[in-house]
Ligand binder design. Structure first.
Ligand code: HEC
Ligand code: HEC
Length: 428
């Protein structure tokens, strides 16, 4: 029986016993969940948390469910919960939303609908929402974010004719704090082995986003508040949005400037930073354990691990507060942990098929950051930067350019070995 079928059946079994199958995903319960018990390879250098006695725990084992890191202090747990509430909060016009925006809340796009339709934080799922980036410039290929909504029916600027449009699917936010906590040196060292290019801006390494166009989790949160919700934050460059003169005067005067406080920004950052990374599937049988292990050997053997670098040890020491604001990499829960994200966090040219003519940051239009493969089991039908591959096999076939050799080797595998490789990927 495959794992989805077994999950479904255990869910149905639980449902028939009680409503506990739904209980852990009810809004108040998700963040109060006990830490997951992880199989060994998903353990971040910590002893697995004791198995919870709550009967609904099975729900939290699903990838994509917002579970805090294990062993948080009561104070950290409180921050996690406050940040989660802000992440799910629907911002209103009189709080400074917009005037043009894509969502009233972060969770509108960073959700992951489960079998019972309750939204949880992860980033993917049926009916997922993406961004559109466009440009119609012959030389500057930088993509402008398209805004789909506006307050008070203000006009929306159209996408100019003859624009190039690039769709971008959201990432899972699970484990983003751990990615922030990887040292620059570890990522830069990958250049020699994977052949990728570090996204350097003014001597600083950028690692987040589909084209490694954002430096840190903090910057991404500030950027998302501004770009997706139209909310200004009290950080350099974001304080000066003029009040829209088209708005009624009484609304103009009520809007706080900047729109959100540093406390709000920091709590959102802390919430994301304290989210536990995706949980690898727990194999039910010895055969499945062996298959996953063989699949991983094939993954390494045909060169996938060259770019999808499996393991890191996060920084041992906290970072000093950054230029843009306090650093989230201060939590002991993020430091000196072994993580398995499967990425080199560098830019690669995978050939012209993936080149949609739009760039972000210092990447060229044909360069994309290697996405971490952790959690791929919960997004196996929404793959590559624009979600163009709807299964893992197709995702591999879209690998050309620097990865053409790996694709060739994949295609020369026999059916059984291809299946083992996919089984391994499906376990992540
Ligand atoms: C309209 C949809 C939408 C909304 C609303 C939205 N995001 Fe995103 N988010 C995206 C997409 C799409 C990406 C991937 C962009 C890319 O890199 O191409 C993304 C990426 C991110 C990332 C980077 C993850 C990584 O590993 O690189 C972070 C962090 C993030 N969003 C945080 C937020 C926060 C915080 C909010 C609320 C303030 C928010 N997002 C609101 C669509 C959205
Ligand atoms: C030269 C570096 C490189 C090699 C080698 C490589 N990949 Fe990738 N992989 C990437 C990049 C870059 C992307 C993102 C492309 C995009 O976003 O359009 C990617 C995307 C993926 C994705 C989609 C993940 C997601 O979240 O959308 C999967 C799955 C994947 N690779 C698996 C593999 C497998 C399996 C192999 C070996 C057969 C492999 N890759 C070899 C660089 C590489």
């Amino acid at each position: 029986m495959n794992k989805k079928a077994s999950r479904f059946i255990s869910c149905v079994l639980l449902l028939s016993l009680s409503v506990f199958c739904i209980a852990p995903m009810a809004p108040k319960e998700v963040h109060a969940a006990q830490p997951n018990t992880r199989p060994k390879n998903g353990n971040h250098g910590q002893a697995p948390a004791p198995a919870s006695s709550r009967p609904g725990k099975g729900g939290n084992m699903r990838p994509g469910v917002a579970t805090p890191l294990p062993n948080l202090t009561a104070q950290q747990m409180a921050l996690f919960q406050e940040g989660k509430a802000l992440f799910e909060k629907h911002f209103m016009d009189n709080e400074g939303l917009g005037p043009r925006f894509n969502g009233r809340s972060c969770i509108e796009c960073h959700h992951n609908p489960m079998i019972n339709g309750v939204q949880t934080i992860g980033g993917f799922g049926a009916g997922y929402r993406s961004n559109l980036r466009f440009h119609n410039e012959p030389t500057d290929l930088t993509g402008t974010l398209f805004h789909e909504k506006a307050i008070r029916n203000l006009p929306l600027p159209p996408i100019p004719d003859a624009s190039l449009i690039s769709k971008r699917r959201p990432f899972t936010l699970l484990g983003a704090g751990m990615i922030d906590a990887i040292s620059d040196e570890a990522i830069l060292a990958n250049q020699a082995t994977s052949g990728g290019r570090a996204a350097m801006v003014d001597g600083q390494l950028f690692r987040f986003g589909s084209q490694a166009h954002v430096k840190s989790l903090f910057d991404f949160v500030v950027g998302a508040l501004f770009a997706e919700l139209g909310l200004t934050s009290p950080v350099h460059g974001f304080t000066s949005e003029p009040v829209n003169p088209d708005l009624p005067l009484n609304l103009q005067s009520r809007i706080p400037q900047p729109n959100v406080t540093m406390d709000t920004v920091q709590k959102m950052v802390d919430f994301i930073a304290l989210l536990a990374p995706p949980v690898p599937a727990t194999p039910a049988t010895a055969q499945q354990v062996a298959d996953i292990r063989s699949g991983e050997q094939i993954f390494r053997g045909i060169g996938c691990a060259r770019c999808h670098v499996p393991t890191y040890q996060t920084r041992a020491v906290a970072l000093p507060p950054g230029q843009m604001g306090p650093s989230p990499v201060v939590w002991p829960a993020l430091l000196n942990k072994e993580i398995r994200p499967y990425s080199d966090f560098l830019l690669h040219n995978l050939g012209s098929t993936l080149d949609d003519g739009v760039t972000l940051g210092v990447a060229r239009s044909f360069e994309y950051r290697t996405p971490p493969l952790w959690g791929v089991q919960s997004r196996h039908n929404i793959l590559m930067h624009d979600g163009r591959a709807n299964n893992l096999h197709h995702a591999i076939l879209y690998h050309g350019g620097e990865a053409a050799g790996s694709r060739r080797e994949y295609l020369s595998l026999n059916g059984a070995n291809r299946h083992l490789l996919i089984t391994f990927l499906e376990s992540l």
